[in-house]
Design a protein. Structure first.
Length: 366
């Protein structure tokens, strides 16, 4: 028995490595699917086709979050500026569709007291919304479901967001406070493992908030979570126009995604399929921005970034934005230590890329 236990322990580092590789391999194609769904939704589609594309994106986003959690990337992700109205528009349609399938009315509301945006881990907020709504949808057989983003508190530096789901189901029983304990379910809850609301409580605590549940006087339940979010600093306006962008990326799908986004921004770009080609291209002096993928053949993005920074001035001072599917905090830190100016993680959103490359003022000037 001792030998067997030792053998298992010896295999642990190898298993961790396999999990990390699997996480990267799963997240990369999902990132491409999500980005392509964004581009598809930007096209002139029929109402039915747009609904299908939106549902595809929502399903892929949920799968991306599940994969991240199960494969070890569940640590808090970098906080990015999140537009509350856009966020609500992303999460509400799929929940409304599920409610409609049960014959339930559905409403999604946004408190006008909330600021336009705040810095947030969108993936964590999405998990909170989906688990709160899933709990309500499973127990409610008639009536309505309401999802609300509400203002709970705030000052000049931060805002406390309250995410609340109200239903007309059977209520939560005599001890609604126990709902956030693992493996505990409310009244008449069919199926499920009783873990979703426990996860909600954990995510809320990680964001400086908490979770609460109560029976409603008119029947049904109200379950909520709060998160303290920092207000974004005013974005500096870039100086000088971007002339040409180098995309260092070996994956054909990601090349297409990044290229299409840059075309939407009105920017000219070239492709470098590996790190060595990227360094050689920057050495020509033709580029004033590089989008650098982390994982490429011949030379990876970190080594390529170091090599570029070693070039003589001004070549080595080119702005470099790291692009990676590896959302682990230590890997993002390593990318920054190699010399990138900013890091965006896949799946790449239009807003994240727009902010990272500093193209907003340039496009406005065109």
């Amino acid at each position: 028995m001792i030998a067997t236990a030792s053998h298992v322990d010896d295999q642990a580092p190898s298993a961790d490595r396999r999990i990390a590789v699997a996480a990267h391999e799963i997240r990369t194609p999902l990132g491409g699917i999500l980005a392509l769904a964004d581009l598809l939704l930007a096209e002139d589609l029929s109402e039915a086709a747009r609904g299908h594309a939106a549902a595809l994106k929502t399903a892929a986003e949920h799968l991306f979050g599940v994969a991240s959690t199960l494969l070890g990337a569940s640590a808090p992700q970098p906080r990015r500026e999140l537009d509350f109205a856009v966020f609500l528009a992303r999460v509400a349609p799929a929940l409304g569709a599920r409610a409609a399938l049960k014959g339930l009315a559905f409403a999604a509301t946004l408190d006008p007291r909330l600021p336009e945006s705040a810095l947030a881990d969108e993936g964590a907020l999405r998990q909170i919304v989906e688990n709160l709504a899933d709990n309500a949808l499973r127990v409610t057989e008639s009536g309505r479901i309401e999802l609300a983003l509400e203002w709970a508190a705030g000052d000049e530096a931060s805002v406390t967001l309250r995410i609340v789901v109200r239903d007309t189901g059977p209520g939560l029983g005599q001890r609604p406070d126990r709902l956030f304990e693992p493996f505990v379910q409310g009244e008449g809850a069919p199926g499920g493992a009783g873990l979703g609301l426990s996860l909600v409580a954990t995510l809320a605590r990680d964001m400086g908030g908490g979770a609460a549940a109560a029976n409603r006087a008119e029947g049904g339940a109200e379950v909520s979570a709060t998160a303290r979010l920092d207000r974004p600093a005013p974005a500096p306006r870039p100086t000088g126009g971007l002339q040409r962008v180098l995309v260092a990326e070996d994956n054909a799908v990601n090349q297409r995604v990044l290229g299409t986004l840059l075309e939407h921004f009105g920017l000219v770009f070239d492709i470098a399929p590996d790190g060595e080609a990227a360094v050689a291209a920057v050495a020509t002096g033709r580029y004033d921005l590089v989008l650098m993928d982390a994982t490429m053949p011949k030379m990876d993005g970190l080594d390529a970034t170091r090599a570029i920074r070693a070039l003589p001035s001004p070549l080595g001072e080119v702005r470099i934005v790291g692009v990676t599917a590896r959302a682990f905090a230590e890997e993002i830190a390593a990318f920054r230590a190699a010399g990138v100016d900013e890091v965006v993680t896949k799946p790449i959103s239009v807003g994240d890329l727009w902010s990272a490359i500093g193209a907003r003022a340039e496009q406005a000037a065109r």
